[in-house]
Design a protein around this ligand. Structure first.
Ligand code: CTP
Ligand code: MG
Length: 225
């Protein structure tokens, strides 16, 4: 199975003054840990890393010996553009693809394998967890409009997996129609195409804000010491 890693963000919410994937955690860069899990997954045979050209040297150096096991792809202004560039750089024989955010460095190889296995049986899959908070939909004046039934709420994660041709088609449609989304499954939903939920685990956080670094450090310590 082919896997693409969007890694071309700027990490503005992390406020580290650089791409958050270059931040060091337990002696290695954040992206190193993400890649280590991916390359330990028996189902993954090809990996593309999508990054900003200005980060190329630093990102590839920070993953050390893994760098010769990945293909470099230039990213875009938004995550959506970065993934589209990734899709266009896949080898011709790639029929299905998993997309996994570089920022989710606590993913484990078993969950990646589970997504790959489910993608063999479904056209599109995503990892997600049941929401435990009560979620409010709020108007632009800061007042609650409604509370959706929590029974139907799931928090989307990555990996997300798709048939390459379908995902390309969805991305092209999005460009035509100016759809802006923060994950790939959203495009399938807008087209009324089915996406299967796979229950993941709560530790697979997206490292976004400084507090997430503390959590990631604790988990990495646990797994590797
Ligand atoms: N990403 C990307 N290309 C972009 C923007 C984001 O490949 N133009 C990637 C990020 O590197 C990250 C993933 O998409 O691995 C999820 O995005 P997010 O957590 O929002 O990361 P950033 O965009 O870097 O952070 P922020 O939104 O706080 O600036
Ligand atoms: Mg972002």
């Amino acid at each position: 199975m082919h896997l693409l890693i969007p890694a071309a963000g700027s990490g503005s919410r992390m406020k580290a003054g650089k791409n958050k994937l270059l931040i060091e955690l337990e002696g290695e860069s954040l992206i190193y840990w993400t890649l280590k899990s991916i390359l330990s997954s028996s189902s993954i045979s090809w990996v593309g890393i999508i990054g900003q050209p200005k980060d190329k040297e630093l990102l590839l150096n920070s993953v050390k010996n893994f760098s010769n096991q990945v293909k470099w792809i230039n990213g875009g202004e938004t995550r959506q553009e970065s993934v589209f560039n990734g899709l266009n750089s896949l080898p011709k024989d790639a029929k299905k693809v998993l997309i996994h955010d570089g920022a989710r460095c606590l993913i484990n190889p078993e969950l990646i394998n589970k997504c790959a296995a489910e993608l063999e049986k479904n056209e599109a899959v995503i990892l997600a967890t049941k929401v435990t908070d009560t979620i409010k939909i709020v108007d632009n004046k800061g007042f609650i409009k409604e509370t959706p039934n929590r029974q139907y709420l799931w928090a989307a994660q990555t990996p997300q997996g798709f048939l390459v041709d379908s995902l390309k088609k969805a991305h092209k449609m999005a460009i035509d129609k100016n759809w802006i989304v923060t994950d790939d499954a959203s495009l399938f939903e807008m087209l009324n195409w089915k996406v299967k939920i796979i229950e993941g685990n709560y530790s697979n956080i997206k490292v976004t804000s400084p507090i997430d670094l503390k959590i990631a450090k604790l988990f990495l310590k646990d797994s590797y010491t």
